[in-house]
Every structure is written in structure tokens, then in C-alpha cells.
Design a protein around this ligand. Structure first.
Ligand code: ADP
Ligand code: MG
Length: 257
């Protein structure tokens, strides 16, 4: 059964989608079967990978399509369920369900069973604490939190941890805070080194090596490419490959247990 990993921070622009794309693409290149699911109405995941689709996650949530019709192939071993502004309407429909607990479990019900077909299912969260985000948290088992090098992102991380506690208490669903990924890192800035030290003090070995700030990473989406396609020799490709390796190895260890 595959790992179900969410990529979340309640702050926008912390490189969530960039991390989903390049972690997913990297694991796929490693031969793992990967499904990425976009929970963000901004719908950037399909755009970043240059994928065309007919049915999105919104159709799935509304019961207008089944998972098989929503899944599109993005690359070898890499599939995707797109998100778009239709998610806002779908979320509106979820709010109409009187029983909030049932509403929150609709997504889990729709995605159930897919973990048998994939080694990794990776969810790209929106930065808001919406009903859809809560639904996503009931589906994922592990969380990766990308943290941009500033104070606000640290606060966003704290909010994530609070939410995980609530999910455990209210819904009895345990989500493991798996990795903290420092992003937009400039080693020569003292501020960035200090944020890094703070993270390590709080989260110890959950903190990965940082993803450095990189023009290549900011350019890759407009070319609809992962970093390995756009600039395979760049520092950014090395940084993300290192993250892929860590996640892959942990997956291997887990499979042996
Ligand atoms: N390490 C990085 N260095 C430079 N630009 C980056 C880096 N990571 C992401 N970006 C760019 O920053 C912007 C926000 O990233 P994105 O992944 O969309 O954030 P989020 O999904 O958290 O809102 C995008 O334009 C992306 O290309
Ligand atoms: Mg995003």
C-alpha cells in the first residue's frame, strides 16, 4: 500500500506546489508510481506540469466523475488529478451537507482504494484552512511542510502542528509530521541561517537539507517542466533530488518493516 503524503503550510508561496511537482517527478523517475492530487482552487499543479484534463477533483467531489476518469497521465509513472476554480463550488456543496463530519469525509471516500495502485499519493494543499483542506488532512498519513525562510512561515508551521493535534483529537486520525523542508534558502544571509537553526532546534532531524533560492526553479513552471527536465544540472535539481532520495529511502525502510 502506498504512502499518502500531504504538502501543506497555511502560508502562501512557501513552495508547496514546487515541492509536490519536483518530489513527485523525482520519485517517478526513480521508478515509483506516483499520483499527485491538487486541492488548491488556483489549480497550479496541472499548469506547472503542462497537463490537459477534462475532469478535475471538483467533478470527483461532486460525484460527477469517478477517480479513473479524473486521473490524467503527466509523465511516465506520474499521474495527476487536477484542481481548479470548480473546487470552490464543490466546497460550497460540501458545506450544504448538514453533518460536518460526513462532509469532511467525502474526499476520503472518493479517493479510497487508490493507495493500492500507487507507491505515493501526494496532495498539494491550498494555503487556507478550508473544509477541503481539513478533508485532505483526514486522507493523508504524513505531512511535509515547506517553510520559506521568514518569520511568518514559522507561524504557519505552528498552525499546521495545532491542526494536526485537532485532527487527532476530534477525528481520531493520526497524521505524522514527517518532514520540514526549508525553501528559498540563501546560505549567505544571516537571517536564513538563523531561521534554519530555529527549525533544527524545534524539529531536529525532521528538518531536511534546504532547497536553495533558484531562478531556475521560478522559471521551470512557465516551461511546464519539472526541474529535472528544465535544468537537470542546476543546484535546484540537486536539492530536490536530495529530498527525493530521503523520501525514497524512508519508503524503502517502511516497506521492509
Ligand atoms: N527555491 C525557490 N527559489 C526560487 N523560486 C522558487 C523556489 N521555490 C518556488 N519558487 C517559485 O516561487 C513561487 C511560489 O511557489 P509555489 O510552489 O507556487 O508556492 P505555493 O504552492 O506554496 O503557493 C513560484 O513562482 C515558484 O516557481
Ligand atoms: Mg500552490
Amino acid at each position: 500500500m502506498g504512502r499518502i503524503i500531504g504538502v501543506l503550510n497555511y502560508k502562501g508561496g512557501t513552495a508547496k506546489t514546487t515541492t509536490v511537482v519536483n518530489l513527485g517527478a523525482g520519485l517517478a523517475l526513480r521508478g515509483e508510481r506516483v499520483l499527485c492530487v491538487d486541492l488548491d482552487a488556483q489549480g497550479s499543479l496541472a499548469t506547472y506540469l503542462g497537463v490537459h484534463y477534462t475532469y478535475s477533483l471538483a467533478h470527483l467531489l461532486l460525484g460527477q466523475a469517478n477517480p479513473r476518469t479524473c486521473i490524467v497521465r503527466a509523465r511516465d509513472n506520474l499521474d495527476l488529478i487536477a484542481g481548479d476554480e470548480g473546487l470552490l463550488r464543490a466546497e460550497g456543496e460540501l458545506w450544504r451537507i448538514d453533518n460536518r463530519l460526513i462532509a469532511r469525509r467525502v474526499l476520503v471516500g472518493r479517493l479510497q482504494g487508490l493507495e493500492d495502485d500507487y507507491d505515493y499519493i501526494i496532495l498539494d494543499f491550498s494555503p487556507s484552512a478550508s473544509l477541503l483542506s481539513e478533508s485532505g488532512l483526514l486522507y493523508v498519513r504524513e505531512l511535509i511542510v515547506p517553510v520559506a525562510m521568514n518569520y511568518l512561515a514559522l507561524i504557519g508551521t505552528r498552525q499546521v502542528i495545532q491542526t494536526l493535534k485537532t485532527i487527532g483529537r476530534v477525528h481520531g486520525h493520526r497524521v505524522r509530521l514527517y518532514l520540514i523542508v526549508p525553501t528559498f534558502y540563501y546560505a549567505r544571509l544571516r537571517k536564513d541561517r538563523e531561521v534554519m537553526e530555529t527549525l533544527q532546534r524545534y524539529f531536529a532531524d525532521k528538518v531536511t537539507a534546504p532547497i536553495r533560492a533558484s531562478v531556475k526553479l521560478s522559471e521551470a513552471p512557465s516551461h511546464r517542466m519539472s526541474i529535472y527536465e528544465y535544468a537537470p544540472k542546476s543546484l535546484a535539481a540537486i536539492d530536490y533530488a536530495r529530498l527525493v532520495e530521503r523520501v525514497f529511502r524512508d519508503g524503502q525502510k517502511r516497506a521492509k518493516v
